[in-house]
Write a protein that binds this ligand. Structure first.
Ligand code: NI
Length: 245
């Protein structure tokens, strides 16, 4: 299985080495997403050390007010060591005051993705319409991380060539996302944990790790009326293909 979105950093875990050993034993591959200069550097170092860890680097909308001036150069210098650009996007939940700056940083990174033919991992919160309008201007593919929109929006992103990242939220009671996942073809889904956040049931509230990916796969299998093994093999294929792993 492949966890397409997690944040495995020493700053988040006091037992990261143990988790990495278990991931290796269980054959789980992870795309570790950076959000700022420090975590981007960490994910590259981790991916160079562990063959089952892949790096995605990008500058998250929540840090644009303090972004390093050389963020474009940083991505370009490291582009050969990463499988994707992300976590990038728009987030109007925390603040709407810097919308223009968020859009500028997002678009600059999309231009790099286009230039270097890398997929993108997109964060969107309270900003789905703007995110769509921007993505459709670029010839990029990737994942809408923690997708939580309507079926109509799901189909619009799929038409652009995007996969939907499905994580722990799918296991929460009364979650509207279940109807969307039921209705879309599994070829458009990749699995993710967003560790250390958003732990799925039955470990909700605890610190999340990619070892919990199985719970998400199990829920998706139930929803779609297919086997757990089918979910694992199809979503693994989707992610390997997209990220060229
Ligand atoms: Ni994330």
């Amino acid at each position: 299985m492949i966890d397409t979105h997690c944040h495995l950093f020493d700053s988040e875990y006091d037992n990261l080495d143990d988790i990495l050993d278990k991931l290796n034993e269980e054959g789980i591959k992870c795309i570790v997403n950076g959000c700022d200069m420090l975590s981007n550097t960490d994910t590259i170092n981790l991916s160079l050390k562990y063959p089952f860890i892949y790096a995605s680097i990008g500058f998250h909308p929540s840090i644009v007010d303090n972004i390093s001036e050389d963020y474009i150069e940083f991505i370009e210098e490291n582009i050969d060591n990463v499988v994707a650009i992300g976590e990038i996007g728009l987030d109007y939940y925390w603040t709407k005051d810097n919308k223009e700056k968020q859009k500028e940083v997002f678009e600059n990174q999309l231009k790099l993705a286009e230039k270097y033919n890398k997929p993108v991992i997109v964060h969107t919160r309270d900003s789905i319409a703007d995110t769509y309008d921007i993505l459709k201007k670029y010839n990029v593919k990737g994942v809408i991380h923690a997708f939580s929109g309507s079926l109509e929006m799901a189909n619009k992103f799929i038409e652009l060539g995007f996969k939907l990242g499905i994580g722990g939220v799918i296991t929460f009671k009364n979650c509207k996302l279940r109807d969307v996942v039921k209705d879309i073809d599994i070829k458009n889904i990749v699995l993710e944990t967003d560790s250390p956040y958003l732990s799925p049931e039955p470990v909700r509230g605890k610190v999340n790790t990619p070892l919990n990916l199985k719970y998400i796969a199990f829920y998706v299998a139930n929803l779609k009326g297919i086997t757990y093994d089918e979910v694992c093999s199809i979503t693994t294929y989707n992610a390997s293909n997209l990220f060229d792993l």
